[in-house]
Write a protein that binds this ligand. Structure first.
Ligand code: SAM
Length: 568
């Protein structure tokens, strides 16, 4: 701390003294730029490689900010970098911006740059991915995590499958589970997780660490001095030395800024981490809220990785590229008529006149017109609308538009709610996790079984559902907010199967979550884990503890019409 800056907890040391010889008029040639960075003050700086200058240890780069002599070189460097990131963004928009919660703020900016976030963002907008617009209102790390919601309001046709199958909610495997999860321990009894390692710069960044220019740009020490005056106004680490060098050179420590205090709040860290993954896909943030007890985060997340979209394929699941089998559409003015939309050929969704129709209305709301045993077929990557993605038949595949709160309920562990009002038919996202075979699902431990969903849309009970050609999704290790959806006997949401970029016969649909009625902001979102059983249960049947069948548990949904117990 210096006397003139009493309120600052750290200050940058002056730039290191470098030896540039005695003649201030010597012209030093710049070989090129080798990397860039954001300094501790948020300013961009460049690592410059010198053609004919080096230190005694052979190193020959220095850090400096923008300077008139290097205008062209910097421009070229920045252009190359942008092209690189854009290429990466085109390769995959789904790579999350992986900011580690323990990262310092200026490091975070670097990581964002490293992951080409801005370019992914641009590319996502170019291809028309809907994108959450309220990020500007989201608080930064260090958020008190008190759960106060100050989010803005965001506001040849196949008829082969006549089977009455439905998507049963949580797997029957859970029936064998001892899934009465204990009330999680308070943070006092839990060991505080050790800080996550800081990511630093993305390895991808090195991909473009090539010289911006291999030509040599002469720069005199006088010119360097003028640059130095600019940078002295905002002292940055290792900036190009301003003064002519004095011999002998003194070795100076490279790390001369003490670290910022760590962000301590585990809940704030976790919601920041998950929200950044969501943000990387263009989806709205995820908040973690507890107004009930002092549990800081949901238990059992030690090896959990948040995935807003897409399955993680287990090695036992064959990943086959269905591109050649998928039928596509070439609608010229948008996909407005399911009869002429070619990718809808295999769809079995029809209206009362037996005319094929879309599953969504023109506002993107689910029409609840999908019969049991049938999945929604959305437009795919071969369809003509792929380049714009402005298509009313791309709903479940587009990023979540509404923020989500994972909150501590009184009786059912952690649950899910939305801080904005939701209308009926609003599609909120898809159940993600590890895509496993049904055989694997049967073998998974009880911890996992409460989080396994069977993809049983085409199963009618007569087929061997224990084999390798039927699948389940396990969200215990990988998953998103949907893994926290609790059961209710009077739910306000449900799942429906939906595919794109694959065919129904592969049996690997996504399960999309949709509201079944208007849901006021702050109301818990629930689904029925056992919809097939809904009709066979007798109201209140399991209310007495001794009446709960093996493998089921007392249902704490609190609904007036509660069935009493639920298989989880
Ligand atoms: C998919 S998880 C839902 C998220 C869970 N509440 C958590 O905190 O991780 C399913 C588990 O939630 C609990 N649960 C969900 N709905 C319930 C209900 N209606 N009654 C009692 N427990 C419920 C059970 O412990 C069940 O095994």
């Amino acid at each position: 701390m210096t006397p003139d800056m009493p309120d600052k907890i750290w200050v940058a040391s002056p730039p290191p003294q470098e030896d540039w010889g005695d003649d201030p008029d010597t012209q030093w040639a710049v070989k090129g730029i080798v990397s860039d960075d954001i300094d501790a003050f948020g300013a961009k700086r460049y690592e410059i490689k010198w053609a004919d200058w080096h230190r005694e240890d052979g190193t020959s780069t220095t850090w400096g900010k923008h300077q008139p002599d290097m205008e062209k070189m910097i421009e070229e460097w920045n252009k190359n970098r942008e092209n690189n990131w854009l290429e990466m963004a085109k390769e995959s928009l789904e790579i999350p911006v992986a900011l580690e919660p323990s990262q310092q703020w200026h490091d975070a900016l670097n990581a964002e740059r490293g992951h080409g976030y801005a370019e992914k963002d641009t590319e996502a907008q170019r291809v028309g991915l809907r994108k959450y617009a309220g990020w500007a209102n989201i608080r930064c790390p260090g958020d008190d995590g008190d759960g106060d919601s100050d989010e803005p309001a965001v506001g040849s046709r196949a008829r082969l499958r006549a089977r009455p199958a439905s998507v049963s909610a949580l797997s029957n495997h859970a029936a064998q589970s001892t899934s009465n999860r204990p009330v999680p321990a308070s943070p006092v009894s839990r060991s505080v997780a050790s800080p996550l390692p800081s990511v630093g710069l993305s390895p991808d960044r090195n991909k473009s660490n090539t010289l911006a220019s291999t030509g040599s740009t002469p720069l005199s020490s006088r010119q360097r001095s003028s640059t130095a005056k600019v940078s002295s106004a905002s002292p940055a680490v290792n900036d190009i030395a301003l003064e002519p060098m004095k011999r002998p050179m003194k070795p100076l420590p490279r790390r001369i800024i003490s670290p910022l205090p760590p962000i301590v709040d585990r809940r704030a860290k976790l919601q920041e981490k998950w929200s950044n993954v969501a943000r990387g896909f263009g989806a709205a943030p995820v908040r973690i809220v507890n107004d009930v007890n002092d549990e800081d985060i949901p238990p059992g997340l030690e090896s959990f990785t948040y995935r807003e979209y897409c399955y993680v394929h287990s090695p036992e699941v064959l990943v086959s590229d269905m591109t050649d089998c998928v039928v596509s559409c070439d609608c010229e003015n948008g996909c407005t008529n399911a009869w002429v939309c070619g990718c809808q050929d295999p769809s079995e969704i029809t209206n009362e006149f037996d005319e094929r129709e879309f599953a969504y209305d023109d506002k993107g709301l689910f029409k609840f017109n999908v019969p049991p045993g049938v999945e929604v077929i959305e437009c795919n990557k071969k369809c003509s609308c792929y380049t714009t993605r402005k298509c009313p038949n791309r709903v479940a595949q587009t990023p979540r538009e509404v923020p989500i709160e994972i909150f501590r309920t009184r009786d059912c562990g952690w649950g899910v709610r939305c801080p904005v009002d939701l209308v009926r038919g609003k599609v909120l996202g898809v159940y993600t996790g590890e895509l496993i075979t049904r055989r694997q699902a049967h073998q998974r431990s009880d911890d996992h079984k409460s989080y396994i969903f069977d993809l049983d849309v085409h199963e009618d009970g007569s087929e061997d559902a224990k084999g390798l050609h039927f699948y389940s999704v396990d969200s215990y290790i990988y998953g998103n907010w949907t893994r926290f959806l609790n059961h209710s006997c009077e739910p306000n949401a449900r799942v429906y199967p939906v595919i794109w970029d694959t065919i129904p016969e592969v049996n690997q649909p996504y399960l999309a979550i949709v509201t079944t009625r208007a849901v006021p902001a702050g109301t818990e979102l629930t689904i029925d884990y056992d919809p097939k059983a809904a009709t066979s249960y007798t109201k209140g049947k399991g209310k007495g503890k001794d009446q709960i069948p093996p493998g089921a548990r007392f249902c704490a949904c609190g609904a007036a019409d509660c069935r009493g117990w639920v298989r989880v």
